[in-house]
Design a protein around this ligand. Structure first.
Ligand code: SAH
Ligand code: MG
Length: 197
């Protein structure tokens, strides 16, 4: 991988205040993906493609990433970045709202990365569970949302997001088929595996 190009893509995204994955979060996920060697990854929330490009290093041979983004400007920037890294045949951007796209997907995925509208996390989870492969893993970013989720903070315009993030945490921790860890890395990461593995 061309690390110089990758750093440029990252810096451009940061300059444009695009909320790309944080370094410490990426480090945790990279370790998981090294062991997992995923054949297929689904990402909800491409932005400009930075996290997808980073994850692609850990794919098994001929592995693929599907990634969903609804903002057309970000979709076109993601196409440019993915082309720059010669990953057009590896990363497939699905343009549209994940709320509409997810119900149409049928493939199984080894890693499902949820990193989009926080108010939709319980909905995303429902589909992630349906699409998760036997050894699959579901990772949700921004799960602690600047600490709001664990505080009694509820009078803010972000309260719908906070309520839904709490609902997500409740569902993954209470689901007997899942084993979930919540990490305080970055903006908070929820990592769920099947309890049978
Ligand atoms: N994963 C990226 C960052 C994603 S930022 C990275 O780490 O590099 C979140 C993105 O999700 C934004 O670009 C936003 O437009 C997109 N998004 C939010 N809600 C969405 C939805 N319902 N469907 C599709 N994309 C969505
Ligand atoms: Mg994020």
């Amino acid at each position: 991988m061309n690390e110089k190009e990758l750093l440029q893509i990252k810096q451009e995204a940061l300059d444009e205040h695009i909320p790309i994955i944080m370094d410490d979060t990426l480090e945790v996920i990279s370790k998981i993906l090294t062991d997992l060697k995923p054949k297929k990854i689904l990402e909800i929330g491409t932005a400009v493609g930075y996290s997808s490009i980073c994850f692609s290093k850990f794919l098994a041979e001929n592995g693929k990433i599907d990634t969903i983004e609804r903002d057309i400007q970000r979709v076109s920037q993601a196409h440019v970045n993915i082309k720059k890294m010669n990953l057009e045949n590896t990363i497939n951007i699905i343009e549209g709202d994940a709320v509409d796209i997810l119900p149409t997907l049928q493939d199984k995925y080894d890693m499902l990365f949820i990193d989009a509208a926080k108010g939709k996390y319980p909905f995303f989870l429902e589909h992630a569970l349906r699409l998760m492969s036997e050894n699959g893993i579901i990772i949700a970013d921004n799960i602690l949302y600047k600490g709001y989720v664990m505080s009694d903070y509820n009078k803010h315009k972000q309260r719908t997001a906070v309520r839904n993030l709490r609902e997500y945490i409740k569902q993954v921790t209470e689901n007997p088929n899942l084993k979930t860890e919540i990490l305080e890395v970055g903006d908070g990461l929820a990592i769920s595996k099947r309890s049978s593995i």
